[in-house]
Design a protein around this ligand. Structure first.
Ligand code: 1CP
Length: 336
């Protein structure tokens, strides 16, 4: 069994594991070379040979314990029929959301559109050492809605008025989204993914009274689905602060990825019966080695007696120097 699964399933504290969110892509020169020749990001994600190669690039370079499939959370809106484009240095831009088209989308067409992702998982799994996990992933419903309904304002705040105007249809949208997400998970498992991570990157923008309907319930449904399929699942409800404790009690995921606002000592005390992951602010990879090591040690010390997966409090930044990441990995491996 891979070290990641060994920790998630058996809560084995002697077994340590390292991987990084957004480890495949952006900051790696070998990725940039491929990216420069493939201007259409969606097409690149749907090129099975290239996306399986990109998935394995950080494993070859750093011998990390797990690979995460090179894909994107926005392939779900894409496969459901919405226009999705990625603008250089500006991020994703989605076309107008068409409720009727979305609700009537045939599941077979949805899956057919994503077939290259499953082929990529299959190819990457074959080339990946059996002791390493291949992580499949999805965006949580709320985080997908932020993009699908174009809720993000220029200052990165979320416009709730836009979601309020859709209130009557919200249950229908969430139900269909859940169906797409679970199907996408099932297909990733069948193709060879052995752990699933749910990214709820914008959970911190949900007003407290709505946390239950937009964050807890939708994540709980997906976690239940993963458990039914006997696949370990890690949740990442970024930005919900002390509500991480409620999230953990209600949803009961196998793993919980903490963001950089969560104090590791608080987490060790308050987030129990779960395997913790992550925490270190990705910005420390742009500071001095000493500062990076001091900050890293805070997490390794706080979690030395509990099952812990080393990772960051959010994804690796595009400006990260791969050599700096190498130093961090060496430090963590020596320490644990
Ligand atoms: O222009 C480029 O080269 C594309 C950059 C890029 C890459 C490499 C995007 C655009 N997505 C990805 C891959 C990706 N996205 C992975 C690959 C596997 C890995 O190494 O982790 C994963 C897991 C994601 C997940 C993802 N996409 C999230 C959740 C994680 C997070 O960072 O919060 C989100 C929010 C997205 C949307 C997205 N896709 C791309 C960008 C720039 C964004 C974020 C835009 C924003 O900030 O709103």
């Amino acid at each position: 069994m891979s070290s990641l699964k060994e920790i998630l399933i058996n809560k084995n504290i002697t077994c340590k594991s390292i991987w990084f969110m957004r480890q495949a892509g952006r900051y790696l020169p070998e990725f940039r070379k491929i990216r420069d020749q493939n201007k259409d990001f969606i097409k690149l994600c749907l090129n099975s040979a290239l996306s399986s190669e990109i998935t394995l690039q950080p494993i070859k370079r750093f011998n990390l314990d797990s690979a995460i499939i090179f894909s994107d959370i926005l392939l779900i809106p894409y496969a459901s029929g919405q226009d999705v484009t990625f603008l250089k240095n500006k991020g994703p831009k989605l076309g107008e959301f068409n409720l009727k088209k979305f609700l009537n989308r045939d599941l077979d067409i949805f899956i057919k559109n994503l077939d290259p992702v499953y082929k990529a998982i299959n190819q990457a799994r074959k080339k990946l050492d059996k002791k390493k996990s291949l992580i499949g992933f999805v965006g949580a419903p709320w985080t997908l809605l932020v993009y699908m309904l174009n809720l993000k304002e220029k200052d990165n705040r979320i416009s709730l008025s836009k979601i309020n105007s859709k209130k009557n249809n919200l249950d229908l949208i969430l139900t269909k989204l859940n169906e797409f997400i679970c199907l996408h998970i099932q297909k990733q498992i069948e193709a060879g993914a052995d752990v699933i991570q749910i990214f709820d990157s914008w959970a911190g923008e949900i007003p407290e009274p709505e946390l239950n309907s937009f964050c807890y319930l939708p994540n709980q449904k997906i976690v239940k689905f993963c458990k039914l399929n006997k696949i370990p699942v890690i949740c990442f409800p970024k930005g919900i602060k002390e509500n991480y404790a409620n999230f953990n009690k209600i949803i009961e995921p196998d793993g919980l990825s903490i963001d950089y606002d969560i104090d590791p000592c608080w987490a060790a005390k308050n987030l129990t019966n779960v395997v913790l992951q992550g925490g270190l602010h990705p910005k420390f990879l742009s500071e001095s080695d000493e500062k990076m090591y001091v900050e890293t040690k805070k997490y390794l010390d706080a979690f030395k007696d509990v099952p812990y997966i080393f990772n960051l409090g959010h994804g690796l930044r595009p400006e990260t120097d791969p050599e700096k990441l190498n130093k961090l990995i060496k430090f963590v491996r020596k320490y644990i």
